[in-house]
Design a protein around this ligand. Structure first.
Ligand code: GLN
Length: 303
């Protein structure tokens, strides 16, 4: 067994016996009902080989991890113009914070907090129907993963809409500041469906390959753009837990409230970790720990 295969299995086995699984997201019933005792690690290395341990073929709600892909799409459409509408500094606040948006006059701090991601989705939606915008998002992710079996969970999307008061508050505030091109309903309809994409850890690790920048892996964006996406993942990918994640894990990554994390070791690997229980920042508790242990064992770090 290779060093990497052994490391992944060691980490998964160690974490499975640790009794603290964190708390699953409770803001919608579909996520609150997920069985917390699940853990997956999947890694695709620069030569294209996949290694996996645990529940790597169990689909989960990828949620905010989609924000990396939508940012790539929006930058592809409008380039640096996007930065007129959204910043690129760490927020130091919860992902769904309202107070900061008011203080900063409706220009979200970065594209990974909810307000920023809503602006990014609004940009992708401009000039076309929600169905077409969603088709582009799903298609981009399917192409990245080279897997057409990636779908939106309509029940999760409907639930996000039914319980989306805070996101509606953010979208309406953005609109009141003139920073929304479409109606809040239209933009959030697209955003909620994007969040409701379901993938396995194995599919997610595949989808992250374009950020690794290795000759044998697909390239969907320019090298400069791939580096910039990773810079934002490093500084903003874990919200107000981004500094702690950088300290403990040391590689760029993006989390989702479904318990998934996509992490990239530049030039070396795309990693997906998943465990539904979250820490106090809303990031996967065991997913973070899995990445910390794996990075330490493999001596993976951008620092
Ligand atoms: N759908 C979630 C929300 O909008 C996404 C947040 C997340 O994954 N952190 O609140």
């Amino acid at each position: 067994m290779s060093i990497l295969a052994r490391a992944i299995n060691d980490v998964a086995n160690r974490l499975r016996v640790d009794p603290d699984w964190g708390d699953v997201a409770a803001y919608i019933p579909e996520l609150a009902l997920v069985e917390p005792h699940q853990l997956a690690i999947a890694v695709v290395t620069a030569d294209g080989t996949t290694y996996a341990a645990g529940d790597a073929d169990t689909p989960f709600s990828v949620q905010s991890i989609t924000k990396v892909f939508t940012l790539a799409i929006a930058l592809g459409r409008v380039g640096d113009q996007l930065w007129g509408r959204v910043g690129r500094e760490p927020s130091g606040r919860a992902f769904n914070s309202i107070v900061q948006l008011e203080q900063e006059n409706g220009r979200p701090r970065n594209p990974f907090i909810n307000a920023g991601a809503i602006v990014v989705t609004d940009e992708i939606l401009s000039g076309r129907a929600p169905r077409d915008a969603l088709a582009e998002i799903v298609q981009f992710i399917r192409a990245a993963a080279e897997d057409d079996d990636i779908h939106i969970d309509d029940a999760v999307a409907a639930s996000e809409t039914a319980h989306g008061h805070r996101n509606f508050a953010l979208a309406h505030f953005l609109a009141s500041c003139g920073n929304l091109k479409n109606t809040p309903d239209r933009t959030l309809g697209t955003y909620f469906h994007q969040c409701a994409l379901t993938m396995t850890a194995r599919q997610l690790a595949m989808a992250g390959r374009f950020l690794v920048e290795a000759p044998d892996l697909p390239r969907l964006v320019s090298p400069v753009r791939a580096r910039r996406l990773k810079a934002l993942m490093m500084t903003c990918g874990h919200y107000d837990g981004s500094g702690d994640f950088a300290y403990r894990v040391g590689i760029p990554a993006k989390s989702g409230v479904g318990g998934g994390i996509l992490a990239i070791v530049p030039g070396k690997a795309s990693i997906a970790a998943w465990s539904p229980g979250l820490n106090r920042y809303g990031n996967s508790l065991k997913g973070t720990e899995a990445l910390a242990q794996l990075a330490r064992q493999m001596e993976w770090s951008v620092f």
